[in-house]
Design a protein around this ligand. Structure first.
Ligand SMILES: [Zn+2]
Length: 458
């Protein structure tokens, strides 16, 4: 009897293990099937390591950006379009990790759990994909960068549609340069600088310090600061200004981009409040662009000296931010404090014309109080009117902040920044322009923003 009972228990254990294994397999299949099948059907989807089973990729106006023809993946016939949309589309080998072809591989090849790669078998290719980007605007941005390394991003701040996402250097997928991995000309050519780049924000960060001040220093609008070029920090060290601005109020200090004023504001705010604002604005988190994830920003002033906090408050020190995170924040200022979720893929359709549901998350996130956003907006409008020149940005109702981020002590190595938006319901666009080794922000990155926005208005 004893033995039988033991055997009985043993059988039960085997049964339990078997059922457990089945449950595990079923769950794993449901969770990982995309990956497994993509690997298993590699030969249907890839040929010579190239994505051939995928459907056609269109821009917002129906321009073909990538398609499969005669069993080969082909890119736009227009070389400039190939260059300006490379980092959005991705390359055939998948080196560019942020490309839609690799991030939406399952949708693009038409794989569905249960049906497998049914579409590929029936039609020879998967689903078509429509993007939010405008390839003509991307061309304008690529030309405006004129060979300089950097990025141009434009987003509709009401909807989250990314209209332009250009990264430079680029290269022609139809004619890959032999020195792409060795020449400094192609440094970071596989990186989409808008999503994966990390930059010292320079004076664009003064918007963050200003936001924290508006929310934490009750009488900030009545304050005045005197700039004599150098601010000696009482607890040691000094902060140097790019100008000798004399007496200024809060709005004038931002328009002058005065380091002396903003370093003092940052020191007054202190580690806790400034860090809290940075986190609340989503600058240290990854931004999701649909399935594509941005790099994560770095901001760390814990236990740092007043001098360090002063430098951090003017966008120097060790801070590194992702351009798309700043673009999203800028869009929130334009949009009464609410940040919309950026996205780049609008829809998919099967070869039979059936639309697939993408489950776009259109729920925004409130980054600023409405009063804070509106105050920042009026200050950014004043920057353009009193400093950058409204006549340089005709018809755009431009609100902006420039930045000239120091990398070493050589001015020509500075990163030029220009971020902002059009305060106009008819042209609800926010933008970020970054030029590496670009020199002074407003005079170098500003004209690039203007060219792209004027093309959008046309
Ligand atoms: Zn100053």
């Amino acid at each position: 009897m004893k033995r039988i009972a033991k055997r009985g228990i043993f059988l039960w254990l085997i049964c339990a293990a078997f059922i457990g294994g089945l449950v595990f397999l079923t769950v794993s299949l449901a969770v990982n099937s995309d990956k497994w099948v993509m690997k298993y059907y590699n030969t249907h989807v890839y040929s010579d390591g190239e994505l051939v089973g995928a459907g056609t990729v269109y821009d917002r106006n129906g321009v073909v950006l990538a398609e499969t023809k005669n069993g080969e993946r082909q890119y736009s016939e227009n070389k400039k379009v190939r260059l300006s949309t490379l980092h959005v589309i991705g390359d055939p080998k998948g080196f560019i990790s942020t490309g839609v072809q690799s991030n939406y591989q399952a949708e693009l090849t038409g794989y569905k759990l249960l049906y497998g790669v049914y579409n590929i078998k029936k039609y020879g290719k998967g689903n078509d994909m429509k993007l939010t980007i405008d390839s003509e605007i991307c061309n304008v941005a690529y030309d405006a960068l004129n060979g300089r390394k950097g990025t141009v991003g434009v987003m509709n701040y009401k909807t989250g549609e990314i209209i332009c996402a250009v990264s430079s250097p680029s290269y022609d997928v139809n004619n890959i340069p032999s020195d792409i991995n060795t020449s400094s000309k192609y440094e970071g050519a596989y990186i989409n600088r808008l999503f994966s780049g990390m930059y010292t924000p320079g004076s664009t960060f003064k918007l963050v310090t200003a936001a924290s001040a508006i929310e934490n220093i009750a009488d900030i609008n009545e304050r005045e600061w005197t700039c004599n070029k150098i601010y000696k920090v009482p607890s040691g060290g000094k902060i140097e200004c790019n100008g000798n601005h004399g007496k200024q109020n809060f709005e004038e200090a931002l328009a002058n981009s005065c380091n002396v004023a903003f370093a003092q504001i940052a020191i007054e705010l202190g580690e806790e409040r400034l860090s809290q604002t940075v986190n609340e604005l989503g600058l240290t988190k990854s931004v999701s662009i649909g399935k594509i994830k941005s790099s994560v920003g770095e901001f760390d002033i814990k236990d740092k000296s007043d001098e360090d906090i002063g430098w951090a408050g003017i966008g120097q020190f060790t801070t590194m931010l992702s351009p798309i995170a700043l673009l999203r924040m800028t869009g929130a200022i334009a949009n009464g404090g609410t940040a919309v979720n950026p996205y780049i893929v609008t829809s998919f359709a099967t070869q039979a014309g059936e639309a697939l549901n993408l489950d776009l998350n259109m729920q925004g996130e409130q980054l600023f109080e409405k009063t804070t956003a509106d105050k920042l907006k009026s200050m950014m409008r004043n920057n353009v009117k009193s400093n950058y020149g409204d006549y340089n940005y005709k018809g755009l109702s431009l609100c902006a902040k420039s930045g000239t981020a120091q990398i070493d002590n050589i001015a020509s190595h500075d990163t030029a920044w220009f971020i902002g938006f059009c305060d106009d319901e008819k042209i609800p666009y926010c933008f970020v322009v970054i030029i590496e080794h670009g020199g002074f922000g407003s005079s170098n990155a500003g004209p690039v923003a203007n060219k792209v926005l004027q093309a959008l208005v046309d």
